[in-house]
Design a protein around this ligand. Structure first.
Ligand code: NDP
Length: 241
């Protein structure tokens, strides 16, 4: 059996990232898991998983962790740039600091992950970069303006770099979930925006389990290198917009 190569997952301490780490561990991949809440990642006790407390805005911290993991498991074959924040609310009343935070984590964090592996993957003519987009990267939603802006950016950047490295056999994929039950709503959303999200989820019979996104990420990665699942939009069936 072919030896499994190193997979890096950012934002692996909760929600989709945590579910993805569990799915890749079950499939036997060695992993580097990155997030700020390192104790949450360590508590999963996954085999062959290096857990490091790294903010995705800390480029050098990310570089150090990746170098360490590559020393143990060989070159990164896949990075899943999943870390993200959503701070929803009425744009007229939102704090520009919250806008900045979303722009930083959701765009710059993803770019840091891309930067640290891309040239090496191009040189080796193999590798996969999976960026967590969103249905909010395809269409707009009330109270989501800046979050949507960041996710539109993720989609555009992923697609553009995909075109540029396609000839080098490197894949860039966007996974774009709809509503998923995670901790995403719990980090600064206005209460009315938060409640609106939860009410709508209830109305449609519930948001998705993060495990469904994790399976989709794993499936997309496990397709042969010459097959590019460029973009998957995955939502609850009952979700209308
Ligand atoms: P969670 O809040 O459960 O997870 C977010 C993860 O990102 C956490 O592990 C958090 O770890 C990490 N994170 C946040 N900021 C940073 C940072 N500065 N540095 C490193 N890690 C960071 O939400 P989800 O699982 O829902 O979110 C995962 C991704 O999925 C996001 O990109 C989100 O936009 C996207 N998404 C989610 C949807 C949903 O409905 N839930 C729908 C569409 C897309 P820690 O705090 O420990 O650093």
């Amino acid at each position: 059996m072919e030896e499994k190569k190193l997979v890096v997952i950012t934002g692996a301490s909760s929600g989709i990232g945590e579910a993805t780490a569990r799915a890749f561990a079950a499939a036997g991949y060695p992993m580097l898991l990155l997030a700020r809440r390192v104790e949450r990642m360590e508590a999963m006790q996954l085999p062959d998983a290096i857990c490091r407390q790294v903010d995705v805005l800390d480029l050098e911290g990310m570089r150090k962790a990746i170098t360490e993991a590559e020393g143990q498991y060989g070159k990164v074959d896949c990075i899943i740039n999943n870390a993200g924040v959503m701070i929803n609310g009425d744009p007229a009343g939102q704090d520009p600091e919250d806008w900045q935070r979303m722009l930083d984590v959701n765009i710059r964090g993803v770019l840091n992950g891309i930067h640290l592996v891309l040239s090496d993957m191009v040189e080796r003519k193999t590798g996969t970069i999976i960026n967590m987009g969103s249905i909010a990267g395809r269409k707009t939603f009330a109270n989501h303006s800046v979050y949507c802006g960041t996710k539109f950016a993720v989609h555009a950047i992923t697609e553009n770099i995909r075109e540029e490295v396609a000839g080098s056999n490197v894949r860039l994929l966007t996974i774009a979930p709809g509503m998923v039950y995670t901790e995403l709503l719990d980090n600064g959303c206005e209460e009315s925006a938060r409640q609106g999200w939860l009410d709508y989820a209830e109305q449609i019979g519930g948001a998705l389990d993060p495990k469904s996104i994790a399976q989709t990420v794993l499936f997309s990665y496990q397709m042969p290198q010459e097959v590019s699942v460029r973009e998957v939009v995955i939502c609850p069936t009952g979700q209308e917009p």
